[in-house]
Design a protein around this ligand. Structure first.
Ligand SMILES: [Zn+2]
Length: 167
């Protein structure tokens, strides 16, 4: 079984655009982590969408909208993989196989269902608390690729969700 968290951009009913993925393997305690390169420049979107995306960056996850040559923070020793959008499905399948996935929240469950046929369980079914109350911004598990380490990191989140799940 695997716990997955994704961070990204979603405007109203639009598709969830994934910017960061973390996968926690409950059997082995191994974590896989990737940042996703974006297909379009932010200017491709309407001003309303751009405003919302900037709000997500500033208030939710601190991941900036960067297309193409995204190489991340050069000071970060534990570098994530940088994947193009079209590789997300294969990346998830290679790591997770046919195993069951736990994810926090219906929107993220729906976003993952676009890529996978696995059984995906929304952790809210187990009354999983709000992620902010679980995550204490542990800098050991925060990936360091965000503008601010107090904002949501998928890697930090899967560690927090795992700790809660096995408690
Ligand atoms: Zn992160």
């Amino acid at each position: 079984m695997f716990i997955v968290d994704i961070q990204g951009f979603q405007y109203k009913e639009s598709e969830f655009i994934i910017r960061e993925i973390a996968i926690y393997d409950i059997e082995s305690n191994m974590i896989d982590h990737a940042l996703i390169k974006l297909q379009h420049a932010v200017t491709w979107f309407s001003p309303d969408v751009r405003k919302h995306m900037q709000w997500c960056t500033n208030n939710i996850h601190g991941l900036e909208w960067k297309e193409k040559d995204d190489t991340g923070n050069s000071n970060n020793i534990c570098k994530p993989v940088y994947l193009p959008q079209e590789s997300i499905g294969n990346y998830l399948k290679d790591i997770i196989g046919n195993n069951t996935i736990l994810v926090k929240g219906l929107n993220k469950k729906k976003a993952l269902e676009k890529f996978l046929c696995n059984t995906i369980i929304d952790m809210d079914k187990f009354n999983c608390p709000n992620i902010d109350s679980l995550s204490n911004c542990n800098l050991d598990t925060h990936c360091g690729e965000h503008i601010n380490n107090t904002l949501n990191c998928a890697k930090n989140n899967v560690c927090a969700l795992y700790s809660w799940f096995v408690k």
